[in-house]
Design a protein around this ligand. Structure first.
Ligand code: HEC
Length: 132
Protein backbone atom coordinates (compact mmCIF):
# COMPACT_ATOMS: atom_id res chain seq x y z
CA UNK A 1 0.00 0.00 0.00
CA UNK A 2 2.64 2.47 1.11
CA UNK A 3 4.88 1.37 -1.75
CA UNK A 4 2.17 2.09 -4.30
CA UNK A 5 1.67 5.53 -2.86
CA UNK A 6 5.38 6.31 -3.04
CA UNK A 7 5.45 5.42 -6.72
CA UNK A 8 2.46 7.64 -7.32
CA UNK A 9 4.22 10.53 -5.62
CA UNK A 10 7.38 9.99 -7.66
CA UNK A 11 5.35 9.96 -10.86
CA UNK A 12 3.59 13.13 -9.83
CA UNK A 13 6.91 14.86 -9.12
CA UNK A 14 8.35 13.68 -12.42
CA UNK A 15 5.30 14.95 -14.29
CA UNK A 16 5.55 18.32 -12.55
CA UNK A 17 9.19 18.50 -13.58
CA UNK A 18 8.26 17.95 -17.21
CA UNK A 19 5.63 20.67 -17.04
CA UNK A 20 8.14 23.07 -15.48
CA UNK A 21 10.71 22.34 -18.16
CA UNK A 22 8.11 22.87 -20.88
CA UNK A 23 7.16 26.16 -19.26
CA UNK A 24 10.76 27.32 -19.32
CA UNK A 25 11.41 26.58 -22.97
CA UNK A 26 10.95 29.58 -25.25
CA UNK A 27 8.27 30.08 -27.88
CA UNK A 28 9.05 28.26 -31.11
CA UNK A 29 12.17 29.91 -32.46
CA UNK A 30 11.32 32.65 -34.96
CA UNK A 31 12.85 32.14 -38.41
CA UNK A 32 15.64 34.65 -38.99
CA UNK A 33 14.78 37.01 -41.84
CA UNK A 34 17.44 37.67 -44.45
CA UNK A 35 17.84 41.19 -45.79
CA UNK A 36 19.08 40.12 -49.21
CA UNK A 37 16.84 37.07 -49.70
CA UNK A 38 13.58 38.21 -48.02
CA UNK A 39 13.49 42.00 -47.62
CA UNK A 40 15.15 43.26 -50.79
CA UNK A 41 12.80 41.37 -53.19
CA UNK A 42 9.75 42.97 -51.51
CA UNK A 43 11.22 46.47 -51.80
CA UNK A 44 12.31 45.81 -55.37
CA UNK A 45 8.81 44.76 -56.35
CA UNK A 46 6.93 47.59 -54.64
CA UNK A 47 9.26 50.52 -54.04
CA UNK A 48 12.48 50.60 -56.01
CA UNK A 49 11.11 51.95 -59.26
CA UNK A 50 10.43 55.29 -57.49
CA UNK A 51 12.99 55.05 -54.70
CA UNK A 52 16.24 54.63 -56.61
CA UNK A 53 18.66 57.43 -57.38
CA UNK A 54 16.83 59.84 -59.73
CA UNK A 55 13.44 58.16 -59.22
CA UNK A 56 10.30 60.12 -58.37
CA UNK A 57 10.26 59.09 -54.70
CA UNK A 58 14.00 59.51 -54.22
CA UNK A 59 13.96 62.99 -55.71
CA UNK A 60 10.98 64.04 -53.57
CA UNK A 61 12.07 62.53 -50.25
CA UNK A 62 15.75 61.67 -50.60
CA UNK A 63 14.92 58.03 -49.86
CA UNK A 64 16.86 55.46 -51.89
CA UNK A 65 15.45 51.98 -51.22
CA UNK A 66 17.69 50.22 -53.71
CA UNK A 67 20.49 49.42 -51.23
CA UNK A 68 20.95 48.58 -47.55
CA UNK A 69 22.87 51.82 -47.00
CA UNK A 70 20.09 53.86 -48.61
CA UNK A 71 17.41 52.20 -46.51
CA UNK A 72 19.32 52.80 -43.27
CA UNK A 73 20.10 56.41 -44.22
CA UNK A 74 16.40 57.17 -44.69
CA UNK A 75 14.88 60.37 -46.07
CA UNK A 76 16.24 63.89 -45.98
CA UNK A 77 14.31 64.19 -42.70
CA UNK A 78 15.89 61.18 -41.08
CA UNK A 79 15.80 57.45 -40.49
CA UNK A 80 12.80 55.33 -41.49
CA UNK A 81 14.07 52.19 -39.76
CA UNK A 82 14.57 51.91 -36.00
CA UNK A 83 16.38 48.60 -35.52
CA UNK A 84 14.51 46.42 -33.02
CA UNK A 85 11.32 48.49 -33.13
CA UNK A 86 9.09 48.07 -36.17
CA UNK A 87 6.13 49.66 -34.37
CA UNK A 88 7.74 53.09 -34.45
CA UNK A 89 9.65 52.65 -37.73
CA UNK A 90 8.31 54.99 -40.41
CA UNK A 91 8.67 52.37 -43.14
CA UNK A 92 6.38 49.95 -41.29
CA UNK A 93 3.90 52.67 -40.36
CA UNK A 94 3.56 53.58 -44.04
CA UNK A 95 3.40 50.10 -45.59
CA UNK A 96 1.05 48.73 -42.90
CA UNK A 97 -1.39 51.56 -43.61
CA UNK A 98 -1.04 53.10 -40.15
CA UNK A 99 -0.50 56.61 -41.50
CA UNK A 100 -2.88 58.97 -43.25
CA UNK A 101 -4.00 57.36 -46.53
CA UNK A 102 -2.48 60.26 -48.46
CA UNK A 103 1.06 59.35 -47.35
CA UNK A 104 0.84 55.56 -47.12
CA UNK A 105 3.27 53.68 -49.34
CA UNK A 106 3.47 52.56 -52.07
CA UNK A 107 2.43 55.92 -53.49
CA UNK A 108 -0.65 56.65 -55.57
CA UNK A 109 -2.99 53.92 -56.74
CA UNK A 110 -0.49 51.07 -56.27
CA UNK A 111 -1.85 48.04 -54.42
CA UNK A 112 -0.74 47.84 -50.79
CA UNK A 113 1.72 45.19 -49.66
CA UNK A 114 0.31 41.86 -48.51
CA UNK A 115 0.29 41.00 -44.81
CA UNK A 116 3.08 38.48 -45.44
CA UNK A 117 5.20 41.18 -47.05
CA UNK A 118 4.71 43.76 -44.30
CA UNK A 119 5.47 41.03 -41.73
CA UNK A 120 8.78 40.23 -43.45
CA UNK A 121 9.81 43.88 -43.11
CA UNK A 122 8.58 44.10 -39.49
CA UNK A 123 10.42 40.91 -38.48
CA UNK A 124 13.59 42.05 -40.16
CA UNK A 125 13.46 45.36 -38.23
CA UNK A 126 12.62 43.61 -34.95
CA UNK A 127 15.53 41.23 -35.46
CA UNK A 128 17.89 44.22 -35.63
CA UNK A 129 17.64 45.34 -39.29
CA UNK A 130 20.87 43.57 -40.16
CA UNK A 131 22.60 43.49 -43.53
CA UNK A 132 22.36 39.71 -43.65
C1 HEC B 1 4.96 55.56 -57.60
C2 HEC B 1 6.15 55.96 -56.92
C3 HEC B 1 6.44 55.47 -55.52
C4 HEC B 1 6.44 54.17 -55.08
C5 HEC B 1 6.14 52.91 -55.88
C6 HEC B 1 6.82 54.23 -53.68
N1 HEC B 1 7.03 55.53 -53.29
FE1 HEC B 1 7.60 56.14 -51.43
N2 HEC B 1 7.50 58.09 -52.05
C7 HEC B 1 7.16 58.52 -53.32
C8 HEC B 1 7.12 59.97 -53.33
C9 HEC B 1 6.79 60.82 -54.56
C10 HEC B 1 7.46 60.40 -52.03
C11 HEC B 1 7.57 61.83 -51.49
C12 HEC B 1 6.21 62.48 -51.29
C13 HEC B 1 5.42 61.88 -50.17
O1 HEC B 1 5.94 61.73 -49.05
O2 HEC B 1 4.23 61.57 -50.39
C14 HEC B 1 7.69 59.20 -51.25
C15 HEC B 1 8.04 59.20 -49.92
C16 HEC B 1 8.33 58.07 -49.17
C17 HEC B 1 8.75 58.08 -47.80
C18 HEC B 1 8.98 59.30 -46.93
C19 HEC B 1 7.69 59.68 -46.26
C20 HEC B 1 7.85 60.77 -45.25
O3 HEC B 1 6.84 61.11 -44.62
O4 HEC B 1 8.95 61.30 -45.09
C21 HEC B 1 8.92 56.77 -47.42
C22 HEC B 1 9.37 56.26 -46.05
C23 HEC B 1 8.58 55.96 -48.56
N3 HEC B 1 8.23 56.77 -49.61
C24 HEC B 1 8.63 54.59 -48.57
C25 HEC B 1 8.21 53.80 -49.63
C26 HEC B 1 8.17 52.37 -49.58
C27 HEC B 1 8.60 51.52 -48.38
C28 HEC B 1 7.69 51.94 -50.78
C29 HEC B 1 7.39 50.53 -51.21
C30 HEC B 1 6.52 49.78 -50.35
C31 HEC B 1 7.45 53.13 -51.59
N4 HEC B 1 7.78 54.24 -50.86
C32 HEC B 1 6.96 53.10 -52.88
C33 HEC B 1 6.91 57.70 -54.40
C34 HEC B 1 6.80 56.32 -54.38
Amino acid sequence: MIKVRKTTVIHAVAAAGVVLLAGCSKEPEEQPVSFSKDVMPVLQEHCSECHLPGGEGEVASGLDLSSYEGIMKGTKFGAIVRPGDSTSSTISILIEGRADPSINMPHGDRPPLSKEETEIIAKWINQGAKNN
